[in-house]
Design a protein. Structure first.
Length: 309
């Protein structure tokens, strides 16, 4: 399993480097990058999510999905409370405190997490990742958006404006129903979904061109976010799951993977929308993406040792 993980991360490193090169040479220009990002988020990623709905329904698998929901809810509640408390102790503006909390709590569980979950743990692991991400969606588009926008009311309707969110809801409904896609539809969805890994990693590489390395390396509070996001929270989740009896290994590994990913790039989008320190958000996201190439293999190796597949 360690060999598989290292091979996956090696592939990711090559694709990220290729994306950087293609963007630097203007083979992928800004217009093409924007178009590929839109295609990824509106077509390829939703198709990838829908493929997970074709898992055979079973009581054991359904029980495991409920465990994933329970773990995710506990994680988001505890992490939000903790980061809000820590943020008040830091010499940051109110906007940066809010952004610090959001970026430390909300990981890139869809854009990066889905392809890694499928590569490592197959379609069942992807289904668990989809369910974990549904809890992410619920917390981010209610509490998260309320925090960053300064509004007191939760915007539940925002959940239904994101294609990945809609695809996740449809996937769960299809899984618990007797309906399954016919082969030609499932095969088409799989073909589109298979684009997610290369596209997402190429786009990450493209995004690195626009950020100065010196700014990333010299921002201490970005390192604080990265430390929480890539080390502290993952180790806490791993330790908690190891102490709780009866958690299936594949469920534990998927939750560990979701906990060890870098900050969500959607935080940057909302920081720009609400003028909440978008430059700071960009530095933290890119720094996390760079560091994950080393931290994710190390942490997942530890997780696999604790929960053998």
């Amino acid at each position: 399993m360690l060999t598989i993980l290292l091979n996956i991360m090696g592939k990711i490193a090559i694709l990220v480097a290729l994306g950087y090169f293609l963007r630097k040479k203007e083979i992928i220009n800004q217009q093409l990058q924007d178009g590929l990002t839109s295609f990824m988020m509106k077509v390829a990623l939703p198709a990838n999510v829908l493929t997970s709905a074709n898992n055979v329904f079973s009581l054991e698998l359904s029980r495991n999905l409920l465990i994933v929901v329970a773990v995710a809810v506990c994680y988001y509640v505890a992490a939000l409370v903790f980061t809000r408390a820590v943020g008040r102790l830091l010499p940051l503006s109110e906007k940066r405190r809010t952004l610090f909390s959001l970026m430390a709590v909300f990981a890139n569980t869809a854009f990066i997490g889905f392809p890694l979950a499928e590569e490592l743990m197959g379609s069942e692991g992807l289904l668990y990742a989809v369910v974990f991400n549904m809890v992410w969606i619920l917390f981010f588009f209610t509490i998260g958006v309320a925090m960053i926008s300064g509004q007191k009311k939760f915007q539940l309707k925002s959940i239904f404006q994101v294609p990945v969110s809609v695809a996740s809801i449809i996937a769960i409904l299809l899984y618990v129903s007797p309906f399954r896609f016919p082969y030609f539809i499932q095969d088409t969805l799989s073909t589109l979904g298979n684009m997610v890994v290369p596209l997402s990693m190429l786009l990450i590489g493209c995004s690195l061109v626009q950020v100065r390395l010196g700014q990333i390396l010299l921002d201490p509070y970005s390192y604080f976010i990265s430390a929480l996001r890539l080390a502290v929270f993952p180790l806490i989740v791993l330790g908690a799951l190891w102490l709780i009896p009866g958690v299936p290994n594949l469920v534990a590994l998927t939750c560990c993977l979701a906990a060890c990913l870098p900050s969500a790039s959607l935080c940057v989008v909302f920081a720009q929308q609400y003028n909440c320190e978008p430059a700071y958000a960009s530095r933290a996201v890119v720094q996390g993406m760079l560091l994950m190439i080393g931290t994710v293999p190390l942490f997942m190796s530890l997780a696999i040792a604790a929960f053998p597949m």
